[in-house]
Ligand binder design. Structure first.
Ligand code: TXA
Ligand code: MG
Length: 522
């Protein structure tokens, strides 16, 4: 099929309307993104939209109208709150979902009893709909799964040869799709955030809910209020990873990466190849550029992209919602002081993994050396230990470790007392040494309740026999004593259940396991 490229001249708009009226497919600009239109009342025409986009047939389409009067034939009724929104906003980047009338076929509604309706603000869009003389079903004019098109060139890239015509109306004003709100049930629920914000809506109709799927990932098996939420979306070919942290942390983190691209804000100080999407805190400029920049990253051949996290206020919520889907919900949190917490039962051979991570480029913070450092001559921690376990545990300014151990490990209460003094002090000192990316090497990570300070926790474990052998050799002790040490700790299952990743250090493919984990984490 040869796709006609049309302008916004009167003549071309009349032609676009005629093609739509005859059952053809025409892409046209709206103030949000380009739409791929067909006559909503012609089921065959609507089917061809799904085919051109490669869209799953249970994902319903928005029906676009040119005048408010065109709404009522398509719906059972217009509830008062829906009417208030229509009066306050239409024409606007806002879609309302209502119970559908018989006129709306199952192909448009994806088999649902409801229909999504929108009257675009963009005048070219309304002129095209008006010229067609029918309501127009129109999803975003991208191949399903790819970023939505905000320029005619994006539509040409995805749809050339597959549809009848594209009306070129320049760049879209907002750049993210319309806000979708359902008014078909008892309480209004926002299913997709957009340029008409929750605050703006609440000013008109009072409190509304935000669907859980807007800000977080849907659980497996969860039913989607909006079918579109469950599909992979907006994804360029590059793997996108969102990075949570202020500008300085982000710059430092990304600039240390090899073979990475940055999707950052204007003015960020970045030394790796970068693409910017708007200015920090300027949600409108971010929204306008986001999809274009996701496409640009693919043009540049980016494989791995670290993106700055937009804040979620106002239209920022829409930017966040799209970007987090493009990133398949991958977020690295640099606000945690430690990138990786490394722990594991005694004798598992954590030392090897530590060495590997150091060579990989992580700063290693060794909690055992920190424990020694904070109990040096004259330190406040030493004084506290003396108060708790007796003056004589310090001789000539030096901590007598065997004596302290004897007293502290004699009874459970005493051990608790020791930990209550040592753990917070150790973690505080470790935090002072933290420098992203870093590893907190801490055999007692869980005992110290420090797992929450780590972005990810890796535990290293090994078969029991191997661990017993290692402890016996390492500390030159009997099997019985080795077992006592093992039994004084949490059991292996506890470590595994409380960690994000497990390395089985049984001599086989250990490097491969770590590389795989690092791939996941970073
Ligand atoms: O800004 C926009 O809304 C653009 C322009 C072209 O108007 N259109 C757009 O359409 O984004 P589309 O198909 O890409 O996204 C429509 C979203 C999907 O997530 C779909 O699942 C949801 O709206 N939707 C449509 N009808 C629905 C219904 N009856 N109930 C629940 N969700 C519905
Ligand atoms: Mg879409």
């Amino acid at each position: 099929m040869k796709t006609k490229i049309l302008s916004n001249s009167k003549q071309d708009i009349t032609l676009a309307g005629r093609i739509l009226g005859e059952g053809g497919l025409v892409a046209f600009p709206t103030e949000t993104v380009y739409g791929l239109g067909a006559n909503a009342l012609n089921e065959e025409a609507v089917k061809s939209i799904y085919a051109a986009k490669g869209r799953p047939s249970d994902n319903p389409l928005i029906v676009h109208i040119a005048k408010k009067e065109d709404i009522s034939p398509l719906v059972k009724e217009i509830p008062p709150k829906a009417q208030m929104l229509i009066d306050a906003f239409f024409p606007a980047p806002l879609t309302v979902i209502l119970n559908k009338s018989e006129l709306v076929n199952d192909t448009v509604s994806g088999g649902l009893e409801t229909v999504a309706l929108r009257m675009p603000k963009n005048e070219i869009a309304r002129a095209v709909i008006e010229a067609s003389g029918v309501p127009i079903a129109a999803p975003s004019a991208n191949t399903s799964g790819l970023p939505s098109p905000t320029k005619a060139s994006h539509v040409i890239a995805d749809m050339n040869g597959k549809i009848d015509a594209i009306v070129d109306g320049g760049d879209c004003e907002f750049g993210v799709e319309s806000t979708v709100i359902t008014l078909a049930g008892e309480t209004p629920v926002i299913l997709r955030p957009g340029a008409i914000t929750k605050e703006m809506i609440e000013e008109v109709i009072g409190e509304v809910e935000l669907s859980g799927a807007v800000l977080s990932e849907m659980k497996e098996g969860e039913k989607a209020a909006s079918p579109g939420m469950k599909y992979k979306h907006y994804s360029p070919k590059a793997k996108i990873i969102l990075v949570d942290g202020d500008r300085e942390k982000y710059e430092k983190f990304v600039n240390s990466k090899k073979d990475a691209f940055a999707l950052c804000f204007e003015g960020d100080n970045i030394t790796v190849p970068k693409v910017t999407f708007g200015a920090e805190g300027d949600d409108l400029s971010q929204a306008k550029q986001l999809f274009d920049k996701l496409r640009k990253l693919d043009e540049l051949g980016a494989k791995r992209v670290y993106a700055r996290l937009p804040n979620k206020n106002g239209v920022g919520m829409a930017v966040f919602n799209r970007l987090i889907r493009a990133a398949a919900f991958n977020i690295i949190d640099l606000n945690k002081p430690f990138t990786i917490g490394l722990t594991g039962p005694t004798g598992a051979g954590k030392g090897y993994i530590c060495k590997y991570l150091r060579e990989y480029g992580f700063k290693i913070i060794d909690s055992d050396s920190v424990a020694r450092k904070i109990t040096q001559n004259g330190s406040p921690v030493l004084l506290e230990l003396q108060k708790a376990f007796g003056e004589d545990i310090v001789e000539d300014g030096e901590l007598n470790r065997p004596l302290l151990a004897e007293r502290a490990f004699s009874k459970k209460e005493e051990t608790k007392k020791l930990n209550a003094i040592m753990h917070p002090a150790i973690i505080e000192e470790c935090k002072k040494q933290s420098d992203i990316p870093c590893v907190l090497d801490a055999p007692q990570l869980f005992e110290a309740k420090a797992e929450g300070e780590c972005y990810k926790v890796i535990c290293v474990t090994a078969p029991l026999e191997t661990r017993i052998d290692r402890i016996m050799k390492r500390d030159n002790i009997s099997k019985q004593r080795a077992l006592l040490r093992i039994n004084a700790q949490f059991d292996e299952k506890y470590y595994i259940d409380h960690s994000d990743f497990v390395v089985y250090n049984n001599g086989e493919d250990v490097d491969e396991q770590i590389n795989h984990i690092l791939e996941e984490i970073l």
